[in-house]
Every structure is written in structure tokens, then in C-alpha cells.
Design a protein around this ligand. Structure first.
Ligand SMILES: [Zn+2]
Length: 139
């Protein structure tokens, strides 16, 4: 499958760029995050990882996640008082946290919103990254 090959190449390039080693475990953890984009915690990734790789340890999963974050392939999502979650969506987006179910969704924001935020920055500063969490619940 072409998509999977692209993914693997992207992973290999990003890891090589940081001078790190490509491992089966890192590939496996990356695929888990790419396959189901529901912002899992490390513990949830660990449960999924063991299905196909029963020997993988929680420490290894944490290590893989740290590597993927360091290689800018995945970003951390912090929801107050909860374990860190992981998101492989690298396009600029915000997160919506449902307070009833705990689910975290990606939400794109319109260009006008982005421009609005930029217009409010202190003068002489520019925006590098966006980290917005919106809380709410289903009605
Ligand atoms: Zn996300």
C-alpha cells in the first residue's frame, strides 16, 4: 500500500534527521497513533501495542512516544488533571474535550480565527504554534 509506504518513509526520515535509530517498536507505536486518531494516552497505546507485539513494555512505549514527539511526528495534548494524550495530526488545529465522555476531537479553525489571534499578539511577536483546548459536552 502506497499510503503505508509514505508513512514509513516519513517516519524513517524524521528519525534519521534527529540522528536516532529506526526500530520496529517505534514504527509500531507510530502506526497505532496514525490508525486510530482518538488521542490515546500512553497506557491506551500500550494496550493496543501489545496486541501485535506482546513483548513490548510500557517503558518502551513511553520511550517511543517521546521519540515521536522529539521528531515532530506527534504532539502532546494536555487536558487538565489527565494523563498526556498523543496526536499525530500535524496540521494546525485545536482540540475539543468532551467533559462527559472524555473524548478528544481535532477541530480545524477557520483562517479568520487564525488571523484574529495573530492580530492580538503583543507587537513585535509572532506565533510559532497553537495549543488550544476547548471544553464542552454533547447536548
Ligand atoms: Zn489532535
Amino acid at each position: 500500500m502506497i499510503a503505508t509506504d509514505d508513512r514509513k518513509t516519513r517516519l524513517q526520515d524524521a528519525i534519521a534527521r534527529k540522528g536516532m535509530r529506526y526500530t520496529k517498536q517505534r514504527e509500531h507505536v507510530f502506526n497505532i497513533l496514525m490508525d486510530k486518531r482518538d488521542h490515546p494516552t500512553a497506557d491506551e497505546v500500550f494496550v493496543r501495542a501489545r496486541r501485535k507485539m506482546p513483548s513490548i513494555s510500557l517503558a518502551t512505549v513511553y520511550n517511543c512516544l517521546d521519540t515521536l514527539v522529539e521528531c515532530d511526528l506527534v504532539r502532546q495534548v494536555h487536558v487538565e488533571r489527565e494523563s498526556t494524550r498523543y496526536c499525530p495530526n500535524l496540521s494546525e488545529h485545536a482540540h475539543f474535550h468532551c467533559e462527559k465522555t472524555g473524548q478528544v476531537f481535532d477541530i480545524d479553525f477557520p483562517e479568520a480565527f487564525r488571523e484574529g489571534i495573530i492580530s492580538q499578539l503583543p507587537s513585535g511577536f509572532e506565533m510559532d504554534a497553537v495549543d488550544i483546548l476547548i471544553r464542552g459536552k454533547s447536548n
